[in-house]
Design a protein around this ligand. Sequence first.
Ligand SMILES: NC(=O)c1ccc[n+]([C@@H]2O[C@H](COP(=O)([O-])OP(=O)(O)OC[C@H]3O[C@@H](n4cnc5c(N)ncnc54)[C@H](O)[C@@H]3O)[C@@H](O)[C@H]2O)c1
Length: 219
Amino acid sequence: MKILITGTSKGIGLALAKRYLSQGHEVYGLDLLESSINDKNYHHFNVDVSKKNKLPDIENVEVLINNAGLQNCKDDIDNNLKSAIYVTEKYGFNPSIKSILFNASASSRSGFEFPEYVASKAGMVGYMKNVASRLAPYGVTVNSISLGGVLTESNKPVMDDGKSWEQIMEATPMKKWMTESEVCDWVYFLTMVNKSMSGEDILIDNGEYNLNSTFVWPK
Ligand SMILES: NC(=O)c1ccc[n+]([C@@H]2O[C@H](COP(=O)([O-])OP(=O)(O)OC[C@H]3O[C@@H](n4cnc5c(N)ncnc54)[C@H](O)[C@@H]3O)[C@@H](O)[C@H]2O)c1
């Protein structure tokens, strides 16, 4: 299948590109940075996906994964949200499309983290539902994942800082973060196996949002 993924030069996007390639798919990657992937089925485009007019022409995309995103950059709304809208409107609405996935964030539910980042990801979940309803008559699945902490290079500053990591684990009921490989499992399932769930945002956060309430009752 023809898979288009944004943000494939690092972290989750790089792992996703490798996962789809390992399963024999043709992957088109869009990123600000160069790519380290050397595979005849991988096609890389050095592009800023928030620049609508710079997006390359790529025909007949079958699976689209909006993954590119930065935290607390100059303009998170432009970089994370508007880019996902531009990319989806350009590549998602074609007769070959079968599935679209958005990489949002658990912070879209909790509201914690940097203000513009939270707003960009919550906006992404709203836009995902809009796209899901427009594409539903064609049998296309459109969903988002809202991830808690992932063991990525970009999180090294907190992962390598003993005190921060301790605080994070205290607030994480399952006492761990997820691996990039586990994110790939979810994304692969939602875009390739799933045929009937659409318009859904899935929270995957080791219980951080749902399992932190306390039960108070007088003795
Ligand atoms: N790592 C986590 O814990 C975590 C948690 C929740 C959500 N997410 C989301 O997952 C996605 C990937 O995160 P990551 O940790 O792999 O980040 P990362 O910084 O390691 O990789 C992001 C990639 O996207 C690219 N990119 C960013 N803006 C771009 C743009 N405008 N145009 C083209 N390329 C662009 C970067 O160059 C980079 O290669 C992000 O959207 C992030 O918000 C990550």
